[in-house]
Ligand binder design. Structure first.
Ligand SMILES: Nc1ncnc2c1ncn2[C@@H]1O[C@H](COP(=O)(O)OP(=O)(O)O)[C@@H](O)[C@H]1O
Ligand SMILES: [Mg+2]
Length: 325
């Protein structure tokens, strides 16, 4: 078994619980804390993490619509880290884990959002010292002449130390084949994963098919990324729930007719643009635009005096501008 781990929603034999076992079995020697504190507590040190630590993160995760398999995996990793700390306290072996991940899914399916929460979780659990996220894409890594790419990539890894390096549309690094500088970026990343083990987590993200192809054509890679997560497209109901969450969080309300209008628009849009449909990001853009439209409408309606509180909160059908712009 390669140690490659799959976590797909709706497939019971590939549940994340098995993944963790796989990672455990391939355990490497325990991590020795470094004086810099970068990877301190990777195998658990003095203070045991407290269950309450997870409550904040859980609240944040639960604020996300759907993504049940991601939530489940997060809890398993949390449990594993907690138990590893206890095992280490009891003088038992607690192997170092590999947490590099691949996030597969269309735009706006929550990949970056989840990566941010993952970064925070690992920071709270003492695996990462800083818990920040550096989000990059091909252009940030790849340079213009030989050696330039390696330097650019190393600099970004350095910035990401203590946190997560998140590479969006990572498959594009393999775009040009052997002669392309993308290959140099991949090689530099692989080297950094060896040299700076446990000091940063690498997350590669991108469209499912492209990422599968990318991993299949770079045989050394899959085993280095034991956690692979799928981010499926949201259903229309989930998108509406996301929209309602977004307006609520901004102290607005959507009129029922506005919800209906949004629902019909999303149905059409999802159907027509398929691969290009940007899921929750599309919804966020619509909501933000409708908030601006509502402001314009209210200003023109109330030339003197202020609208009432409810009116200030309400987004009406006419505020939803759904033409492409
Ligand atoms: N499950 C979800 N629940 C609520 N909001 C979400 C969810 N998934 C994504 N979003 C929101 O949609 C937007 C795009 O998400 P993002 O994580 O950037 O997607 P991706 O990285 O997959 O393109 C963000 O504003 C995010 O907060
Ligand atoms: Mg993203």
């Amino acid at each position: 078994m390669s140690g490659r781990v799959m976590a797909r929603s709706g497939s019971s034999e590939e549940r994340p619980s098995r993944q963790i076992n796989v990672i455990l079995r391939s355990a490497e020697p325990p991590v020795v804390s470094q004086s810099s504190g970068e990877s301190e507590a990777a195998a658990g040190t003095k203070s045991l993490p407290h269950q309450g630590l997870f409550a904040d993160l859980q609240k944040e995760m639960n604020g996300l619509v759907g993504l049940e398999h991601v939530k489940e995996l997060m809890y398993e990793i949390f449990a594993l880290l907690q138990i590893a700390a206890m095992r280490s306290e009891a003088g038992l072996l607690s192997g170092a884990q590999v947490y590099h991940m691949v996030f597969k899914g269309n735009p706006g399916t929550g990949k970056t959002t989840v990566a941010r929460i993952v970064a925070k979780m690992f920071q709270k659990m003492g695996v990462l010292s800083k818990g920040h996220l550096i989000e990059v894409e091909r252009a940030d890594l790849v340079g213009e002449y030989i050696g330039h790419t390696a330097q650019k990539t190393r600099d970004l890894v350095k910035k990401a130390l203590g946190g997560i390096l998140f590479i969006d549309e990572a498959y594009s690094l393999a775009r040009g084949g052997e002669k392309d500088f993308g290959k140099e970026a991949i090689d530099t990343l692989v080297k950094a994963m060896e040299d700076q083990k446990n000091q940063f987590i690498l997350i590669l993200a991108g469209y499912s098919e492209e990422m599968d192809f990318f991993l299949a054509t770079n045989p050394g890679l899959p085993s280095r990324f034991p956690i692979q997560l799928d981010f499926p497209d949201y259903t229309i109901d989930q998108l509406i729930q996301i929209a309602e969450g977004m307006v609520k969080e901004r102290d607005y309300i959507l009129m029922p007719q506005a919800i209906l209008k949004l629902q019909q628009h999303l149905l059409r849009e999802k159907c027509e643009s398929e691969h290009l449909f940007s899921n929750a990001r599309h919804v966020r853009n619509i909501i933000e635009r409708s908030i601006r439209q509502q402001a314009v409408r209210l200003l023109s309606q109330y030339t003197s005096g202020s609208p009432g509180k409810l009116e200030l909160m309400t987004i009406r059908t006419e505020d939803l501008k759904l033409d492409k712009k």
